[in-house]
Design a protein around this ligand. Structure first.
Ligand code: UDX
Length: 455
């Protein structure tokens, strides 16, 4: 099928590349000429495992093209995916200006029938606004082209997005029951047919329910994390081990093992933004989502827990003290620094007067960019970007782990101990066992794992 993808960010690029991989003829549009030039020269603007290969293969096969030409993009696809950003507005609600601008562009140029797919995460009711924007543009032109807006939210995890797209656990499609809506649903069915060969994975529903499903999924996952983080902090007080508790509850099939890891708080482009946006939607309907307010508050606090443990151990004044930090990205296998807990930790350490050496396997360039915005030049001068994990350690009071990269899981503890001024590890992702660390001669501070300091 001929597909247009509007927006070559995370979601758009992965969707476009994967649909091309399935044999579709994909046209990717972006307003950012630099990004398009990069993609046309074989580069990839984000770090996402497997994506570069898929894009290269399909570019070579002529199944994917990148352009800033709006008229050509509208002419190309019978299905037009809107996958542009929905950044949080000042009040936390999703800013729809890019989604609506994309819709207007389609309305300005379209002829014939088009399926418009809302792929971006958008508040309930957005499809109606997209429909209204399209109708307005068509009326202005006096054009009679027909269309239908469907909702097809993405459930891609950064770092595993290609895999998630190619092996979806579900495909959610919301459409209306008008003749155009049914026609659109038939096209979507054809497009996604390759994923449903083994068994049907598509859930068909009305548009608003589909829009809501995306927020509900992320809100549920964020809730699980904040719940575990809150219990972890209590476990620290009562002398319980949150990891043992996690196993104990996860084995209940009603609870399950996933997304129960206590840590340094959730970050990224989705959870913080989507939880806020759902709360904001609720307020618009005079509803108050008490649970989600707590989820957000707990997460804001959790991002400070690791830093607070360091301050409690080494004192509120850290001037003259040096720390090693492993992991900057909000999670492994990505260079994404959006809402990353490492940023809060660095702010705390720098505010307390410390110097730090940091290392991340892929996010160093992005971290340099982002930290230059977070910190003043004087503050930034107190951050050294190291060449390797071991290179961060010399003379540091302690090692602080913020992101659970695989490369950090089995380090050479003897070398770490030899390099550090004190054999102290703060582990924001509970990578190690407290008993083993004690045996190895480390003072170990995990999240919710103070079993060894039980009174
Ligand atoms: C998430 C959803 O998983 C995905 O379906 C949606 O489309 C976009 O949002 P993503 O933001 O890429 O994906 O990352 P995810 O792996 O879900 O992790 C989000 C955050 O939660 C990370 O900061 C991670 O470290 C944290 N997390 C996750 C925990 O703290 N504990 C856990 O048990 C799981």
């Amino acid at each position: 099928m001929k597909i247009t993808i509007i927006g070559t960010g995370y979601v758009g690029l992965v969707t476009g590349a994967c649909l091309a991989e399935l044999g579709n003829d994909v046209f990717c549009l972006d307003v950012d000429q630099k990004k398009i030039d990069l993609l046309n020269s074989g580069g990839i603007p984000i770090h996402e495992p497997g994506l570069e290969e898929v894009v290269a293969r399909n570019r070579a096969a002529g199944r994917i093209q990148f352009s800033t030409d709006v008229a050509a993009s509208v002419a190309h696809g019978e299905v037009q995916f809107i996958a542009v950003g929905t950044p949080p507005d000042e009040d936390g609600s999703a800013d729809l200006q890019y989604v609506l601008a994309a819709a207007r562009n389609i309305g300005k140029h379209m002829t014939g029938f088009k399926v418009i797919v809302d792929k971006s995460t958008v508040p309930v009711g957005t499809a109606d606004r997209v429909t209204a924007a399209l109708k307005e543009e068509l009326a202005t032109r006096g054009a009679a082209a027909s269309f239908s807006v469907v909702s097809n939210p993405e459930f891609l995890k950064e770092g595993a997005a290609v895999e998630d797209f190619m092996r979806p656990d579900r495909i959610v499609i919301g459409h209306d029951n008008s003749p155009e809506g049914e026609k659109a649903a038939a096209k979507m069915k054809k497009l996604y047919a390759p994923f449903n060969r083994n068994h049907e994975r598509t859930f068909w529903m009305d548009v608003r329910s589909a829009e809501f499903t995306k927020y509900a999924a992320n809100a549920m996952l964020a809730t699980r994390i904040s719940f575990m983080n809150e219990l972890a902090n209590l476990a620290d007080h009562v002398g319980a081990d949150i990891e043992a508790v996690r196993h104990g509850i996860g084995s209940d099939p009603r609870i399950g093992h996933s997304f129960l890891y206590a840590g340094a708080g959730y970050g990224g482009s989705c959870f913080p933004k989507d939880v806020q946006a759902l709360e904001r939607t609720a307020r618009q309907y005079s509803q108050d989502l008490l649970i989600l307010r707590a989820v957000e508050a707990v997460n804001d606090k959790q991002k400070l827990v690791l830093g607070r443990k360091v301050l409690a151990r080494f004192g509120a004044d850290l001037s003259g003290k040096h720390f090693a930090v492993w992991g900057l990205a909000f999670k492994p296998n990505t260079d994404d620094m959006r809402e990353a807990p490492s940023r809060e930790l660095l702010r705390q350490l720098i505010d307390a007067g410390a110097t730090v050496a940091v290392y991340d396997p892929v996010a160093m360039a992005e971290a340099k960019r982002v930290l230059a915005l977070d910190l003043t030049p004087e503050e930034l001068a107190r951050v050294r970007f190291a060449d390797s994990p071991m290179d961060t350690l010399t003379g540091a009071e302690a090692l602080i782990i913020v992101t659970e990269w695989k490369a950090f899981r089995s380090p050479d503890f003897d070398r770490i101990k030899a390099a550090l001024a004190h054999a102290v590890i703060f582990d924001g992702r509970n990578l190690f066992e407290p008993e083993a660390m004690a045996e190895a001669g480390f003072e170990y501070h995990g999240i919710g794992r103070s079993i060894l300091t039980r009174t």
